[in-house]
Design a protein around this ligand. Structure first.
Ligand SMILES: [Zn+2]
Length: 156
């Protein structure tokens, strides 16, 4: 496994004391990128499950809506690209409010060409997917630990 993937997992575990949730990962991304992270469902070409665009004022992740776990994996894959340093911050990107056309989104997306599930011979795609899979496992583990407590507190 790429050492950067392992290091990222270790840093997140240490930062969040092993209780990793999706919300905490998003907050972590916002801190390291120093801008909000916006995640939206969006229409996209067949075969594409998500993409990430570093806009001037936010990082925008779009994903194709499927099922909850599949959506989480798509979102975590794009977050993986950010955490692994695959997403630059070009100076010429528009702000979120000026960025509405789907074609423009696609044209600006660095990861759109190398989309999930199709090009795993690309090491960046492979690493993003490996990180996403590990993170999903950690999130589901946290949820499985918390749910008995939640059930006790709020259950019938
Ligand atoms: Zn990707």
């Amino acid at each position: 496994m790429n050492p950067r993937v392992e290091t990222t997992i270790e840093v997140l575990k240490l930062t969040f004391n092993d209780h990793i949730t999706f919300q905490k990962i998003c907050q972590f991304v916002e801190v390291i990128r120093n801008k909000p992270l916006i995640i939206e469902a969006d229409a996209m070409p067949l075969g594409l499950t998500g993409y990430c665009i570093p806009l001037s004022d936010v990082d925008l992740i779009c994903y194709r809506e499927r099922s909850r776990d599949m959506d989480l994996l798509s979102q975590l894959h794009e977050i993986g690209h950010i955490l692994l340093g695959h997403i630059d911050s070009p100076s010429n990107m528009p702000a979120y409010n000026n960025f509405i056309r789907e074609k423009e989104r696609i044209a600006h997306s660095p990861s759109v060409i190398k989309y999930r599930g199709m090009q795993f011979d690309d090491p960046e795609e492979h690493d993003a997917e490996a990180l996403a899979t590990l993170l999903l496992g950690l999130i589901l583990h946290t949820e499985s630990e918390l749910s008995p407590v939640a059930r006790e507190l709020y259950g019938d």
